[in-house]
Write a protein of this length. Structure first.
Length: 93
């Protein structure tokens, strides 16, 4: 879960502080991040400005040398015309 400082939403639609103060998820015991490996399609998100771009995929791969999960996010953003522009984001978590 992202920290509250990383989430922005119009207060009219979402109360971010309330969301983070109620039903707070807890870290799973003995969770193996390698279970996330593979391609995932993002179909739902908290913030429509940030989540769920058309055909957004998140691909996860565990790097045993660094002990980090690497992620590649591919998303398509509409430009001022009618075309979708592909963006790639890489990160190590």
């Amino acid at each position: 879960m992202e920290p509250v400082s990383a989430v922005s939403a119009c207060p009219f639609f979402k109360d971010v502080k309330k969301f983070y103060s109620e039903n707070i998820p807890t870290k799973l015991k003995d969770f193996d991040v390698r279970k996330l490996e593979g391609k995932w399609y993002k179909v739902r998100g908290y913030n429509p400005k940030y989540d769920c771009y058309p055909c957004q995929t998140n691909t996860f791969k565990y790097n045993a040398e660094t002990g980090k999960m690497e992620t590649e996010v591919k998303l398509r953003v509409a430009n001022l015309g009618t075309k979708l522009v592909l963006s790639d984001v890489f990160d190590a978590l």
